[in-house]
Design a protein around this ligand. Structure first.
Ligand code: RFL
Ligand code: PHB
Length: 389
């Protein structure tokens, strides 16, 4: 088989790239290790920056997002029983949209299917060949049968555990990592959200987050030890712990119900450099991970796709290699800023096992500064709604 761009991974990065390229008449094939239902079963991000919203519009996939997504003009931050609001719209003129990654991915699948896009599911043994030559190829097996795609470029959109990053030789690749000493236990429940905006809570018992998908679907998280398993937490235990971590008036209002999904995610900051090796480009979680506190994972994946898509477009339409040549540098500049914000916001809101009394005082002083200082709120708001591409 022959294509222009071989895309590894049918998560949001791979699907968005494939759909954007298709709109410009650039052909791609997407290879996915799992089934479509499996990908859609993963409950992940919920908050979309303006840049991702614009890309979904350019991809022709924004109708349902605009109809069903919720525009949020601000967010709440609490510590103890103190709660304050950061007004994104007032401070930056920009809101965020709350629309689940599951729904966004579903919309991208629908668009690819309508356009007759090629997606191969349940592929195994994906191997990238000749990425440092002018004629790369990708080999794989499906149902035991060996296949090969000859292509101009390979986009590695295969997440943190994919093969693309590891294809870049260790002599070229440099990795930066911070692993946090806790995880997030997440619960999805068919209950009305406790508040119309998100609540990020720092409590003496640890972090909590009240988020949502729609009027009758709530997403809540609490910080938990990495040694916990979802089965260790009954629904009743979860709700009781969440109530202890949010302001009392919110706890009184919280509507509880059975969980329809419960999972634990570890927290990690990770960046690999460079994000390009020859004709292989890394995008999204394949190249970088942020702790979810700043809601930046899916959004940084989107900014990578923006740079790569425009680079490939300039290559095919204008014969210019400038965009693809500067891809890694441009993408990484923005990634490191999102890494900084996610690390800072995580540090502000979680309880760390090794935290001293002094560290705790610093956290509270910083929270009070954010509550009382408009310049601090401005910086937080600009980062949360998304720095420019
Ligand atoms: P994905 O979504 O991991 O997709 C990669 C795809 O590649 C496939 N794959 C392979 N296919 C073929 N061959 C191989 N060898 C393969 N290896 C892997 C996988 O099956 C998969 O389908 O990466 P992508 O597309 O880069 O998207 C990244 C986002 O999914 C991720 O950054 C976000 O979900 C992170 N995230 C959040 N991001 C936000 O912007 N806002 C949020 O509010 C937010 N909340 C979150 C989050 C992530 C979370 N978890 C569980 C990690 C909340 C949580 C709890
Ligand atoms: C979510 O709704 O899943 C969500 C929202 C904000 C975050 C992380 C996750 O910072």
């Amino acid at each position: 088989m022959k294509t222009q761009v071989a895309i590894i991974g049918a998560g949001p990065s791979g699907l968005l790239l494939s759909q954007l390229l298709h709109r410009r008449g650039i052909d791609s094939v997407v290879l996915e290790r799992k089934t479509k239902d499996y990908v859609l079963g993963r409950i992940r991000a919920g908050v979309l920056e303006r840049g991702l919203v614009a890309l979904m519009e350019e991809a022709g996939c924004a109708d349902r997002m605009h109809a069903e997504g919720h525009v949020h003009d601000g967010t709440m931050v609490s510590f103890g029983d103190t709660m304050f609001r950061v007004d994104f719209a007032g401070l930056t003129g920009t809101p965020v949209i709350v629309y689940g990654q599951t729904e966004l991915t579903r919309d991208l699948y629908a668009a690819r299917e309508k356009a007759g896009g090629k997606i191969e599911y349940q592929v195994e043994d994906v191997t990238i060949h000749g990425a440092d030559t002018d004629a790369p190829a990708v080999s794989y097996t499906v149902d035991g049968a060996a296949r090969r795609i000859e292509c101009d470029f390979v986009a590695g959109c295969d997440g943190f555990h994919g093969v693309s990053r590891k294809t870049i030789p260790e002599t070229v690749r440099r990795e930066y990592e911070k692993v946090y000493p806790f995880g997030w236990l997440g619960v999805l429940s068919e209950t009305p959200p406790v508040h119309h905006e998100l609540i990020y809570a720092n409590s003496p018992r640890g972090f909590a987050l009240c988020s949502m998908r729609n009027e009758n679907l709530s997403r809540y998280y609490i910080q938990c030890p990495l040694t916990d398993a979802p089965g260790d937490w009954s629904d009743d235990d979860f709700w009781a712990e969440l109530k202890r971590r949010i302001p009392a008036d919110m706890a009184d209002k919280l509507v509880t119900g059975p969980s329809i999904e419960k999972s634990i995610a570890p927290l990690r900051s990770f960046v690999t450099e460079p994000m390009r090796w020859g004709r292989l480009f890394l995008c999204g979680d394949a190249a970088h991970i942020v702790p979810p506190t700043g809601a930046k994972g899916l959004n940084t994946a989107a900014s990578d796709i923006h740079y790569l898509y425009n680079g490939l477009r300039a290559f095919y339409e204008d014969g210019s290699a400038q965009g693809i040549d500067s891809y890694s540098e441009k993408a990484l500049k923005r990634i490191w800023k999102a890494e900084r914000f996610s690390w800072w916001f995580s540090s502000l809101l979680h309880r760390y096992p090794e935290q001293t009394a002094f560290d705790l005082k610093m956290q509270i002083a910083e929270l009070e500064f954010l509550r009382d200082n408009s310049a601090a709120q401005q910086a937080m708001a600009e980062n949360y709604v998304g720095l420019p591409y």
